[in-house]
Design a protein around this ligand. Structure first.
Ligand code: AMP
Ligand code: ZN
Length: 460
């Protein structure tokens, strides 16, 4: 039985899908105005685990992930500039060029992490008519009002506002009403923002030229692809208080019932115990890690060793330890590849059940990895064990059967030289082989001969 922690009820609940054997799931995707950092990537590693565990349990999935290419302001409330426009000015490119550039890098990063990508990727700018229809629907039901700078959602008309984040309409605290004093309530949020005629990103609407609010994007794309009842919505914890609270308000106000059954949030990745920030110079991307000799899969393994709902502190020492642990796991597995010991079905079943119990207990992947280690260490070398671990890996996506030394961060120039050297060695041309080794060393890499070929490492 799969149990998931639902942020909406704050309880671990037995997962019950709406349509038998089929899960409809929405994931808040990236705003493609800059590189996604390793904190962002933790959110997608979490999505990956969830998708894999659902599939491991036999579910088919219809997943949707948006790419926000308009409308996300620098503040998650309604102040600041649109992040896409800001990037467009900063890099002197059109918003489309910015979106394409950073989206390409993002999807390449997902590939490097062996992330199971959702079936549908939706770009916000392709769904403007659906957003306008959504707002019209809310308007007809009386949930909206118009002021000088846009059309707003009236949270006081939606009595259960605050159910996800436990925000209290009476306690507005430091909510920033000053951004627009005409708002009826500080928690009211923009559905449609008016823009000046010379604004680059703008669309016609029944209310005037403008662009959509950020929250309406996810609601409209979710509705367009998943309908008005779906199983799961995921995102990082920072989206819980505003973005997701506002999505719930829009969705449920329009539908007249609860649209999303289960909300799941991953906790933050911290760096050196704090938030990543430009001023501290500690915002890292996967390529930054690669430059320091770590593979993206080292980072994935690092993430999977902590529960998604716990804060995770990133340090390079921690990553190094994970990288060693990951290598160790793969080495142990390799030893079983040609093992001849026969293991009884009962014994294998025992581990299979333990593994399943762990992943089904709100994705306790760290415990599941522990089960694998125990199994690999306790049994005599056996192909049965090898095959079972590869089955488990479908739920983890750790590519445990891939070469120990990932070649992804080794430049192709070096790999070419290494291949030439391998050929020279096979032809017993040791002079040439030595020359090629020297060349590789001069370029800052070490090459070691192995049974199956070679291993390359970057010199530190
Ligand atoms: P954004 O592009 O800002 O919308 O973020 C993309 C995803 O990354 C969202 O699900 C965020 O909640 C998540 N996220 C942002 N920063 C972090 C972090 N430091 N740790 C974990 N998740 C994060
Ligand atoms: Zn979203």
């Amino acid at each position: 039985m799969l149990k998931l922690h639902n942020s909406l009820t704050n309880k671990k609940e037995e997962f019950k899908e709406i349509n038998k054997g089929f899960v409809k799931m929405y994931t808040c995707g990236p705003t493609v105005y800059y590189y996604q950092h390793i904190g962002n990537m933790r959110a997608y590693v979490f999505m990956d685990s969830l998708r894999r565990v659902l599939k491991y349990n036999g579910y088919n999935i219809k997943g949707v992930m948006n790419v926000t290419d308009v409308g996300h302001l620098t503040s998650d409330e309604d102040s600041g500039e649109d992040k896409m426009l800001l990037a467009s000015k900063r890099e002197n490119k059109t918003p489309e060029e910015i979106a394409k550039y950073y989206a390409d890098i993002f999807f390449n990063d997902l590939k490097k992490l062996n992330i199971d990508v959702p079936e549908n990727i939706t770009y916000a700018t392709k769904f403007i008519p659906q957003m306008i229809e959504f707002i019209k629907g809310l308007e007809e039901k009386g949930y909206t009002y118009k002021i000088d700078d846009g059309i707003y959602f009236d949270v006081q008309k939606f009595p259960s506002y605050g159910q996800l984040s436990h925000k209290d309409l009476e306690k507005t605290g430091n909510a920033r009403i000053e951004e627009n004093l005409n708002k009826h309530h500080p928690f009211d949020f923009a559905l449609w923002k008016f823009v000046a005629p010379n604004h680059i990103m703008k669309w016609d609407s029944p209310w005037g030229v403008g662009c959509p609010g950020w929250h309406i994007e996810c609601s409209a794309m979710g509705k367009a692809l998943l309908g008005d009842r779906f199983d799961i919505h995921t995102g990082g914890i920072d989206h819980k208080t505003v973005h997701h609270e506002d999505e719930i308000a829009q969705n449920d106000a329009l539908a007249g019932h609860r649209v999303v059954n289960t909300w799941l949030h991953n906790e933050f990745l911290l760096v050196d115990g704090g938030k990543m920030s430009k001023s501290l110079g500690n915002i890292y991307t996967l390529s930054d890690l690669e430059k320091k000799g770590f593979s993206s899969m080292d980072f994935k393994y690092f993430c999977l060793n902590s529960h998604y709902s716990k804060k995770l502190n990133f340090t390079f020492e921690g990553l190094k330890a994970s990288s060693n642990g990951y290598k160790n796991l793969k080495n142990l597995l390799k030893e079983h590849k040609f093992g001849v010991a026969k293991i009884s079905k009962e014994e294998l079943d025992k581990y299979e059940n333990e593994f399943l119990d762990a992943i089904n207990d709100d994705l306790n992947i760290p415990l599941a990895i522990g089960v694998i280690f125990t199994m690999l260490k306790n049994f005599d070398k056996s192909q049965d064990v090898y095959n079972l671990v590869l089955k488990f890996d479908k739920a983890l996506g750790l590519e445990l059967d891939k070469d120990i030394e990932k070649k992804e961060h080794i430049p192709s120039e070096i790999l070419n030289l290494a291949d030439l050297r391998l050929i020279a060695r096979q032809n017993k041309d040791y002079k040439k082989s030595d020359e090629l080794r020297d060349k590789i060393n001069d370029l800052g890499y070490m090459i070691k001969d192995t049974k199956d070929g070679y291993e390359i490492t970057k010199m530190s």
